[in-house]
Ligand binder design. Structure first.
Ligand code: SAH
Length: 205
């Protein structure tokens, strides 16, 4: 049923569908929501945040056009679910989360599931450490009012960045930025709704 819903909504990349099939979403939701883990909806997690809707996870992953050797940066670890999907399709994932509680529990889950090419970092996606280097792909999973140059500048040549862009409370648009020989190519994809990206490491746990 899960696969069928994703296919019906237009996901066709076999590797993405396989990753969605293999990663147990029930391990990333709150215990009370396990029965709803395979419905196509976003669910609440700790710290007032959400685990994204499966279709949106699959769609963003498909748009990233991942290759086995890619180094990927994710901003907004949340439950760690999206990072687990990415980890099956690329070489290495660095994922950054501003809540310690979420970073710690995502790290524990990912270790438990054997996703040993994922590094979870407590930090601020608006201030990625310089020594983290550059990336073939960047995926932002919290809404930004605009995409900071500091993040597009982290892209390798021909690199792709995907981010929800728009106001905090309202319709946001998923945007794909591709690094070209002469600059950046920007394409607007679908409307989405994400929790906002907030600057700084959270003071609450
Ligand atoms: N990808 C997640 C869902 C993301 S929800 C999953 O698969 O479950 C968005 C997450 O982005 C939240 O956990 C929020 O705390 C985090 N976030 C918001 N602003 C951030 C920032 N500046 N740096 C890092 N993480 C941020």
């Amino acid at each position: 049923m899960f696969q069928l819903t994703l296919r019906r909504r237009g996901i066709s990349d076999q590797a993405v569908l396989r990753a969605m099939e293999e990663v147990p979403r029930e391990a990333f939701v709150q215990p009370a929501d396990r029965a709803d883990a395979y419905r196509d909806s976003a669910l609440s997690i700790d710290c007032g945040q959400t685990i994204s809707q499966p279709f949106v996870v699959a769609y963003m992953t498909e748009q990233l056009q991942l290759r086995r050797h890619h180094r990927v940066l994710e901003i907004g670890t949340g439950s760690g679910y999206q990072a687990a999907i990415l980890s099956r399709l690329c070489g290495h994932v660095l994922t950054i989360e501003r809540y310690r509680t979420l970073a710690d529990s995502a790290r524990a889950r990912l270790t438990e599931l054997g996703c040993d090419n994922v590094e979870v970092l407590l930090g601020d996606g608006f201030d990625v450490p310089a020594n983290a280097g550059t990336f073939d792909r960047v995926l932002i999973t919290a809404a930004m009012e605009q995409i900071p140059d500091a993040l597009t500048e982290r892209l390798e040549p021909a690199g792709i960045l995907i981010a929800p862009v728009g106001p905090r409370h309202g319709i946001q648009r998923l945007v794909r930025v591709t690094r070209t020989d002469v600059g950046f190519d920007r394409k607007e994809l679908v409307d989405v709704r994400f929790v906002p990206a907030l600057a700084g490491i959270a003071r609450e746990l």
